[in-house]
Write a protein that binds this ligand. Structure first.
Ligand code: HH2
Length: 277
């Protein structure tokens, strides 16, 4: 079932992050081991995750690129093992079409691509053939250098037109419109003010008919806001308060899914938010 139908049945969805990488910015190393990752997945399912996002290559600035074989080895056996223990939909966070394809065969139902199907010339056609949900994310530049000097004339208008253009390209390639999700890409080639403007613009970004994923969890802009106010930036694992604030703002404005490291806390926040509607 497309995730949009799950959203229609359940309301705002929680995507739990499982990074199987030694160097992710927020939880790098903790879940690198297969068994530890599986344990983390069990906990996220118990905590109420609606989708599990499995990533085998970090996208943080300066992260080491991972070979195709290494990435497949990290994520595919894990996805196969997850599919054995739960019906919760699995998402593969990769920019490589070959990884998406293997992951799909192992049981993944969503391709989450931070390059919006631009990384490889076969990405668009692969997405159409795999017949799964796709998350198209905005990024300025590439992960290694994207934070060096992000610049926009009008960040909201530029991100919006990029996402609509990528959605149109996906549809032209044969991806079903109901499979398309968009994501403004918090922290991907953006300053603090760019990130704040995009979160503030959630209602506008959701007004085009494509469901929106907001992924602010533990991101650097939360620490940057603290620094702007003259206090030390919190460490990624201490950014839960900022994460919940950003995500509740987005959900209130119509975001259909949030991507988090802390599923139980996000679930509780959404429960209270919903009770107050
Ligand atoms: N952010 C990260 C990874 N994947 N996917 C989408 N759709 N949107 C995002 O904003 C996004 C993403 C980076 O966060 P994280 O997974 O915590 O770290 P890393 O890339 O270092 O593994």
């Amino acid at each position: 079932m497309p995730l949009i139908d799950l959203y229609k049945a359940k309301g705002p969805l929680i995507m739990g992050v499982v990074n199987v990488t030694p160097d992710s910015f927020s939880d790098g190393g903790y879940y690198y081991d297969h068994d530890a990752a599986l344990q983390r997945v069990r906990q996220m399912v118990a905590d109420g995750a609606d989708v599990l996002d499995i990533g085998g290559e970090s996208t943080r600035p300066g992260a080491q690129p991972v070979s195709l074989d290494e990435e497949i080895g990290r994520v595919v056996p894990l996805i196969a093992a997850i599919a054995q223990i739960t019906d919760v939909p699995i998402s593969i966070d990769t920019l490589k079409p070959e990884v998406a394809e293997e992951a799909r065969h192992a049981g993944a139902l969503v391709w989450n691509d931070v390059t919006a199907l631009r990384h490889d010339s076969t990405s668009l056609e692969t997405a159409a053939r795999l017949d799964c949900d796709v998350v198209l994310m905005h990024m300025q530049g590439e992960p290694r250098t994207m934070q060096s000097n992000p610049w926009y004339e009008d960040v909201v208008a530029e991100v919006e037109s990029y996402l609509l253009e990528r959605a149109a390209a996906a549809i032209r390639a044969g991806v079903k419109p109901e499979h398309i999700w968009i994501d403004p890409g918090i922290g991907f080639g953006k300053t603090l003010d760019h990130n704040l403007a995009l979160i503030r613009a959630t209602a506008r970004l959701t007004s085009h008919g494509f469901p929106l994923l907001m992924a602010a969890s533990r991101k650097r802009f939360i620490g940057a806001l603290e620094e702007r106010e003259g206090i030390a930036a919190s460490k990624p694992e201490n950014r839960l308060g900022g994460t919940l604030a950003a995500h509740l703002h987005a959900v209130q404005a119509g975001a259909q899914m949030v991507r988090v490291h802390d599923v139980a806390e996000m679930k509780q926040a959404l429960r209270v938010w919903r009770a107050l509607l």
